[in-house]
Design a protein around this ligand. Structure first.
Ligand code: C2E
Ligand code: MG
Ligand code: MG
Length: 755
């Protein structure tokens, strides 16, 4: 671009300078010619007229003086022959010169006077000669005559001098005119020479710039030859005028045949050409186009001075493919090829904008983490793909609601049905999906179960976030209660959600302000009726109201607060336990509830070790209560942690035994001390034979594995007696004590027999 400008400037400058030199040359030549002619004329005039006239005047003066001299010599010598010869010659000469002067100057007064003086001189000379040649020469007269002759002759001198002065002035003027003319000519010639020199300097500079730009051009022209990308030039009829070797290589590669560069042009190149010319702001335009399977970026240039198009092509196929892949990734889930969560958000937002009623649904594969830990990631991934395909097929076959399926998370799908479905319609949809999924044989014979949650626009939300949140709430609730008939969000659920959100916020503050307390619920050995320990239970009074741990602990788990809260519980429980133990109950065991999430943390073991070290509590005074849920995440790791904890000397109990994991085989692998029978089996044990037999089985199982068995939630004496009869080792419950604050628990210990 800059080279092109340099070229244009050099060209323009050289042209201007040539024009200037030409005009100046013509002007100076004309002037020199005119002045030269004028000087020549003046010189001729000077040489032909004024100089001879001047000469004649001098001659005339001399002739008159000579004439007078001859007369005086004649007077003195009286040699008549010499006198007559010389005198007549000089007389004729004087007359000739005078005649010539009259011709040159005309019959002007000084010449008229001189003419008459000459005549008078001749007369006087005649008279004088007569007197001398007379026999009786009158010498006095002769002298008188000579004086008169001298006077007359002298009288001619001013006239001649006047003419000489006139001629001299003329000569001087002519001379001045010639000198001035010559000066002027010299000035213009010098000026012209100087101007030519300056212009030559400018031209030289311009030529230098031109040459260097030409060199640059030449160097640049090699760029296109060596350019690995195609470069094509077109004339203004779009006929190819040049293509570089890279173009030929590409044509060969595409099998288009040599020299067919026009096949590489964009089909609608004329559109871009017009745009470039119409816009006129830039001298190039960039656009992208496709030729066969390749994508090109074209930089189109219009070269005005050469009236042709230059095109630089860049192969952007790899970038385009990458962009397409990214675009695909932006809209589709790579695992299943279903539309992803961004597309879901987009279509939901669009529907909200046009205020079209619709139903939003979330579907999750139940117990997915168990599927991964049990069958491995590969099987889990295959199952997800199969579920995706099934859901897609089901939705296209049901189609009544015009539903679309999205894959929104590892185990989660979403549905958007373009009409708002009633509760009954949703139930029937869920049933149909469940039936089809139930009858599908998935990879590794895995039995897939799905959880559902639905929300309707606009009743249950005005935007994606709300609809998603509410259908997730519906899904959570139905998954927790396993109630597939109530999967549609409702206002009570919304109310509950808001309440829970507030509870979470308050819990955050309560953690910071250490507003929690620990209570201790005593545990008793049935055989000795001695207090052997206690379970530490968290208590929280919020705005003067007790909030049940069963309410806020799961929320803390969901909101990610359980780690901080769990740390506080463990540390405080150990501290207080050490207090109590140090009061003299050496073998007292304080049980602390550990959430599965807390237990699953990599640093849990080191936390327990540190807490024991910090509080000084011995490991044998601490029991950790974990639920069967700890197995859900990673069975192997859970076993490993339990083993390490056991090595530390800490007691381990399985809480709420009988309600969680269905398989009992893991119990053999666990190095635990105690099974804690869930209170749901105890509640009605005095009336329900089935509960009794379950409790019996658990006790037997525990004993077989050499584990202690404790029953919790024992409220009455009858229950206690049954448990004693069934061989249960320990009990915990309202029948002998509610959970107590620390001091009350210490009082309780002092009042009762304790270990
Ligand atoms: P859990 O570990 O099974 O605790 C026993 C629950 O039964 C306690 O409820 C206790 O107050 C209650 N209970 C004890 N005896 C009786 C009885 O005779 N009748 C009845 N109806 N209930 C009895 P709480 O304190 O409300 O705790 C509920 C659950 O919250 C606990 O069940 C435990 O899972 C969790 N939790 C409580 N404290 C903590 C804690 O410090 N950390 C963790 N991670 N969870 C805790
Ligand atoms: Mg417990
Ligand atoms: Mg329990």
């Amino acid at each position: 671009m800059s080279i092109k400008i340099v070229n244009q400037r050099s060209h323009r400058l050289i042209n201007v300078i040539f024009a200037l030199v030409l005009v100046l040359g013509i002007a100076v030549s004309g002037m020199v010619f005119y002045k030269g002619d004028y000087i020549a004329r003046k010189t001729v005039e000077l040489i032909d007229q004024q100089v001879p006239a001047y000469d004649l005047l001098r001659k005339l003066n001399n002739s008159l003086i000579e004439k007078e001299r001859f007369l005086y010599e004649f007077y003195a010598m009286e040699q008549q022959d010499d006198f007559e010869r010389g005198y007549s010659e000089i007389n004729q000469q004087a007359q000739r010169v005078l005649d010539e002067l009259i011709v040159r100057f005309g019959d002007i007064p000084p010449l008229q006077i001189t003419q008459s003086s000459l005549k008078e001189l001749n007369i006087l000379a005649g008279e004088f000669v007569l007197n001398i040649t007379a026999s009786q020469t009158n010498w006095t007269l002769a002298r008188q005559q000579l004086r008169t002759i001298s006077d007359v002759r002298r009288a001619t001198s001013p006239q001649i001098q006047q003419l000489i002065t006139l001629t001299e002035n003329k000569v001087e003027r002519s001379e001045q005119v010639i000198i001035n003319g010559l000066e002027l000519v010299r000035f213009f010639v010098v000026l012209y020479g100087l101007a030519t020199l300056i212009l030559a300097y400018i031209v030289a500079k311009a030529i230098k710039a031109y040459l260097s730009s030409a060199v640059n051009n030449q160097r640049l022209s090699l760029f296109s030859t060596r350019n690995p990308n195609p470069v094509i030039s077109l004339d203004n009829q779009n006929a190819v005028t040049y293509c570089n070797p890279a173009t030929e290589n590409l044509l060969k590669k595409l099998g288009m045949g040599a020299g067919k560069a026009e096949l590489l042009l964009a089909k609608n190149i004329d559109v871009y050409q017009k745009q470039l010319l119409v816009e006129g702001k830039a001298d190039s335009k960039q656009f992208e186009y496709q030729v066969e399977q390749l994508y090109f970026q074209c930089d189109l240039h219009w070269l005005e001075d050469q009236r042709q198009w230059d095109m630089h092509l860049t192969d952007i196929t790899a970038r385009k493919k990458f962009e397409q892949a990214l675009q695909y990734r932006a809209s589709y889930h790579p695992q299943t090829g279903l539309l992803n969560r961004y597309e879901l958000e987009k279509s939901v937002t669009q529907l909200c904008q046009i205020e079209q009623k619709f139903t939003f649904g979330l579907i999750e594969i139940r117990s997915f983490s168990q599927l991964i830990s049990g069958q491995g990631v590969t099987v889990a991934s295959t199952v997800v793909k199969e579920v995706a395909t099934s859901l897609d097929n089901i939705m296209s076959s049901i189609d009544k609601a015009g539903g679309r399926v999205f894959h929104v998370g590892e185990k989660s799908f979403a549905l958007v049905c373009t009409s708002d479905l009633s509760n009954t319609q949703i139930d029937s949809l869920v049933e149909q999906i469940d039936q089809r999924i139930g009858s599908t044989i998935f990879h590794s014979q895995y039995q897939v179960q799905l959880d559902f949650g639905f929300a309707n626009y606009p009743q249950h939300g005005n935007d994606y976030t709300q609809l998603h949140k509410n259908s997730l709430a519906a899904l959570d609730k139905s998954a927790r209660s396993e109630d597939k008939r109530h999967v549609l969000f409702n206002l009570q659920l919304g109310e509950k959600l808001r309440y829970e959100q507030q509870l979470i916020e308050d819990m955050r503050i309560a953690i910071e302000m250490a507003e929690f307390e620990l209570y201790f619920q005593p545990q008793m050995a049935l055989s000795s009726e001695k207090i052997i320990g206690a379970e530490a239970l968290i208590r929280w009074q919020r705005n003067g109201q007790w909030i049940a741990p069963s309410e806020f602990i799961p929320l803390a788990e969901r909101a990610g607060l359980i780690d901080t809260l769990g740390d506080w519980i463990l540390h405080t429980a150990c501290q207080k336990a050490q207090n109590i133990v140090s009061l003299g109950w050496d073998d007292l065991i304080i049980a602390v509830n550990i959430s599965p999430l807390q237990f699953g943390r990599k640093d849990f073991l080191s936390k327990v070790t540190n807490v024991l070290k910090e509080t000084g509590l011995r490991a044998k005074n601490l029991e950790l209560e974990v639920t069967e849920g700890v197995m859900i995440y990673n069975e192997q790791e859970a076993i490993e942690t339990l083993t390490q904890l056991k090595k530390l000397g800490v007691h381990l109990a399985i809480d709420d035994f009988g309600t969680g994991y269905s398989s009992l085989s893991y119990l053999r692998k666990f190095n635990i001390d105690k099974l804690k029978i869930d209170q749901s089996f105890i509640q009605d044990i005095q009336h329900q034979a089935a509960d009794q037999s379950i409790v019996r089985t658990i006790i037997e199982l525990g004993h077989n594995l050499e584990l202690k068995v404790i029953a919790e939630g024992v409220e009455g004496l009858e229950q206690q007696q049954i448990l004693t009869s069934l061989g249960c080792d320990e009990i915990q419950g309202f029948c002998f004590s509610h959970p107590l604050p620390e001091q009350e628990f210490i009082d309780f210990l002092q009042q009762h027999r304790a270990v």
